[in-house]
Design a protein around this ligand. Structure first.
Ligand code: ARG
Length: 457
């Protein structure tokens, strides 16, 4: 039975009923719906809107329903219109008329807005915890590879030497910003719309702040129309998750490249890669590819809700029921990606020698060679030009800056002496980059220590 009988002479058409119902997906907010109702009814009792003993009986029964759902003694009736209807019907089944008083001074419009806030606050915490797990894995891997010299790239061309640990810490920096964004988004999410009623508040003397406090929320919404029709908190969360997925997708893309025979910087554990049904030699980074692909789903979820919301007049409209599947999908996808990526990275082998070979082959110490001449007093622009000529000479002769004889250096510029070979030594090149945020192993280790501190706080 729907909650809205009385006015209608017929029951809802079967297909329309299914079209209208949200219980197949809002059933996952059962615990939050009950928590919201307990706070609401407790507040009604405190305000004398409901008899104190009756309000306590309702709250107690609601908690029993929550416990029964939790331990499997009670199953959600999937023919109910939505989770709110189901909980109220079950309450009334258990305690009769008292159950029918729960909805005093409340609408499903402020109820669902509250439920979703409570649910997403929990999900944001779960996602934060998953990011933390991932950050720990990154910190460990970065520590183990803090002095693995590799080429850093711009334009996908070998550019300057960095270390694998340093490269990984770039992703840690992105993920820490993701955590910040989530925390900020939670501030605006932790506001109670309860008391907004259907749209125009209520005539009952509610203590909205008290109900919010019971729920651990930091305040109440300022406008009843906004209270029931605001879904910014969902859009903000979806935006945060989309940015997070951009980060995971870029990381995934690099793992895919690194696993190719063209790079071979990384070997994934067999437990985190897959084979081909026809090509016996194949070992594919499917997990990373799926993470990259699933980023599209999450962006799609954001665009779904932006599109749903953009033309809705105030206040509540049923369009807004479409918020849930989109944001649930995004939350599930992000959790899945984080928790699959973490062990994949943890068990991956970083191939130090291959990193080194790639670092040795791309003239990535050319800037250091120019800097060496600057140290001898030459203006940087001239030093740059000399080094460019040396690189051209090396390419012509199939040599590297390390193997080019000193006399060739001196033909291009007389300022060169034996010292140049120390200056362009790859390890030395990395070790000298000690600027804050730089790739020198000592810097990387310092940043890892700082990261670990932030993680454990
Ligand atoms: N299932 C609805 C939703 O998710 C609950 C609110 C229904 N309100 C209404 N006036 N029909 O948005």
């Amino acid at each position: 039975m729907p909650l809205w009988t009385g006015r209608f002479k017929k029951s809802l058409d079967k297909q329309t009923n299914d079209f209208n119902a949200s219980i197949p997906f809002d059933c996952r907010m059962a615990a939050e719906d009950i928590a919201g109702s307990v706070a609401h009814v407790t507040m009604l009792g405190k305000q004398g809107i409901l008899d104190k003993a009756e309000s306590e009986k309702i709250a107690k029964t609601l908690k029993e329903i929550a416990a029964d759902l939790q331990n499997g003694a009670l199953e959600i009736d999937m023919t109910a219109e939505d989770i709110h209807t189901f909980v109220e019907a079950e309450l009334t089944r258990r305690i009769g008329d008292s159950g029918k008083r729960l909805h005093t001074a409340r609408s499903r419009n402020d109820q669902v807005a509250l439920d979703l806030r409570l649910y997403l606050l929990k999900q944001a915490d779960l996602i934060d915890a998953a990011i933390l797990r991932f950050l720990r894995v990154i910190a460990d891997k970065a520590e183990a590879t803090a002095d693995f010299v590799m080429p850093g790239y711009t334009h996908m061309q070998r550019a300057q030497p960095v270390t694998f640990g340093h490269h990984l810490l770039a992703y840690a920096a992105m993920l820490e910003r993701d955590r910040d964004r989530l925390a900020d988004c939670k501030k605006r999410m932790a506001v109670s719309p309860l008391g907004s009623g259907a749209l125009a508040g209520t005539t009952y003397p509610l203590d909205r702040a008290y109900a919010a406090e019971l729920l651990g929320l930091s305040g109440v919404s300022d406008n009843s129309l906004d209270g029931v029709s605001d879904r910014d908190y969902v859009l903000e969360l979806l935006s945060c998750l989309s940015i997070l997925m951009v980060h995971l997708s870029r990381f995934a893309e690099e793992v895919i490249l690194w696993c190719s025979w063209e790079f071979k910087f990384v070997e994934l554990d067999d437990a985190f890669s897959t084979g081909s049904s026809i090509m016996p030699q194949k070992k594919n980074p499917d997990i990373a590819e799926l993470v990259r692909g699933k980023s599209g789903r999450v962006f799609g979820d954001l665009v779904t809700l932006l599109t749903v919301m953009k033309g809705i007049p105030l206040a509540y409209n049923k369009d807004m029921q479409e918020d849930k599947e989109a944001v649930f999908d995004a939350v599930d996808t992000v959790l899945l990606c984080l928790d699959t990526f973490s062990p994949m990275l943890e068990t991956a082998t970083v191939l130090r020698e291959n990193l080194r070979k790639a670092a040795a082959a791309g003239f990535i110490n050319a800037t250091d060679c120019a800097d060496y001449l600057v140290g001898k007093g030459l203006p940087f622009r001239d030093a740059y030009k000399c080094t460019g000529e040396l690189v051209a000479l090396c390419i012509d002769r199939g040599l590297t800056l390390e193997t080019l004889p000193l006399e060739d250096y001196r033909k291009v510029c007389e300022l060169f002496d034996e010292g140049v070979f120390d200056a362009i030594d790859l390890d030395a090149c990395v070790q000298r980059r000690t600027v804050k945020g730089g790739p020198a192993p000592e810097c990387v280790r310092r940043e890892i220590a700082a990261l670990r501190k932030r993680i454990e706080n």
